[in-house]
Design a protein around this ligand. Structure first.
Ligand code: FAD
Ligand code: EPU
Length: 332
């Protein structure tokens, strides 16, 4: 048995039957065939995965490294191994005066996981920069690639989270970054900046994130526990009659996105705890583990929040984090 405590950012001191590292994509099939059809789970840095109990299967930890840069007249093409750390890549780009990723600074996790939920923050989503995703298809036993359009990117979603979930191992991602940089500063605190350069935006994003979000190395968490729900404009207009200050973000002429943090905050969950699991006192969308929490307590608090939001607002909120039980993914 192997400890999962340091392999996921929630930090529950659980065990996995086995952990297997793979650093040559060609070895994947041979290694997986040794598992004799027992369960396995592919894990990056575990910052969007919560193990709720001891995992009976094998954890596969890809270790595909490397950064290759190619210039065209107008763009940088950056081919990166799936297991490189995302924030280190952001820093590497800034050091090489390649700008564009600065709004996505300090997002934990690997490069390979970034396209899976189309990571996003401060007005930017990674889909804007994805040229190609390379992966190994486990059922067809072959290497494949998808271009950006075929990845079916949406808010916190992609083909890798839907049709291809559990069937592929991402080995590398190629990013395409325009040489002509444009600041994105329409979100939240970034609006305060005046004629910023990319490094000013990077510094601001880092500062805001450090102020707002708990550091997983100090207190267990997986970032936003729930996704922000998208609701019909008609429902939003109705809610505004009872809750005039309900915030929203434009999606299209028929739909708006509502911050789940605001909904949860209105219901008084901030600072509430069940055992060692808490709703963060400064960011209602983040659930935390003070070191003594359990998977069962996390499910209890998360279900209580989800059901109370539904009863009060008639809005269904869905978990963003992957919940893993003893045999694999479980629903909230
Ligand atoms: P993991 O949790 O290890 O895996 C996530 C999923 O991807 C799992 O289903 C796993 O099976 C699969 N997977 C991982 N690697 C591979 C691979 N090579 N091949 C196939 N499947 C794979 N997210 C945002 O979008 N924006 C934010 O601002 C943000 N802020 C965060 C802040 C904090 C403090 C924390 C803890 C998390 C935050 N997140 C945020 C969520 C998280 O950082 C991202 O989802 C990140 O991309 C997860 O990377 P990971 O390597 O840790 O993924
Ligand atoms: N708010 C509250 N109460 C709170 C926290 C926030 O009312 O406790 C309100 C704020 O006032 C603001 C709104 O909710 O009006 C949005 O808050 P914030 O800007 O902090 O963003 P968020 O919607 O909570 C999303 C992402 C984050 C990302 C930030 C910045 C999701 C699920 N979460 O959070 O991503 O970093 O925007 O772009 O989309 C993650 O995915 O793990 C994550 C941290």
């Amino acid at each position: 048995m192997n400890s999962l405590a340091s392999l996921h950012s929630f930090g529950f001191p659980l065990l996995a039957h086995d952990v297997m590292s793979v650093n040559v994509a060609a070895d994947l099939q041979a290694q997986l065939s040794q598992l004799n059809n027992t369960a396995f789970y592919i894990l990056g840095e575990g910052s969007n995965t919560v193990f709720l109990e001891d995992y009976q299967g094998t954890i596969i930890k890809p270790a595909f490294m490397g950064v290759d840069l190619v210039h065209t007249d107008t763009h940088y093409l950056l081919k990166v191994g799936a297991s490189e750390n995302w924030h280190k890549l952001v820093l590497w780009c800034i050091q090489h005066q390649i700008y564009g990723f600065e709004n996505l600074a300090l997002i934990p996790g690997t490069v390979g996981a970034a396209p899976i939920q189309n990571i996003g923050a401060y007005g930017v989503e990674i889909k804007q920069f994805i040229h190609q995703v390379d992966y190994y298809d486990l059922s067809e036993q072959t290497h494949k690639s998808l271009d950006s359009l075929s990845c079916e990117f949406a808010y916190r979603d992609s083909i890798f989270k839907q049709r291809l979930a559990g069937q592929i191992v991402i080995t590398g991602v190629t990013f395409i970054i325009p040489k002509r940089w444009e600041a994105v500063m329409h979100y939240g605190e970034l609006k305060e900046l005046i004629e910023p350069c990319a490094i000013d935006i990077f510094n601001k994003v880092v500062q805001v994130r450090q102020d707002k979000l708990p550091d997983p190395s100090k207190i267990g968490n997986a970032g936003s526990f729930f996704k922000n729900p998208v609701i019909a404009m008609g429902q939003y207009n109705k809610l505004q009659q009872t809750w005039p200050s309900i915030p929203s973000y434009f999606v299209d002429s028929n739909n708006v996105k509502v911050p789940a943090a605001w909904l949860i905050d209105q219901l008084g969950f901030k600072g509430k705890k069940i055992g060692g699991i808490g709703c963060h006192p400064d960011q209602a969308l983040v659930l935390t583990n003070d070191g003594s929490g359990t998977g069962e307590q996390l499910l209890q608090l998360a279900r209580n929040i989800r059901d109370t939001v539904f009863n009060e607002f008639s809005i269904i909120i869905e978990n963003e984090v992957r919940l893993i039980g003893k045999n694999g993914p479980v629903a909230l």
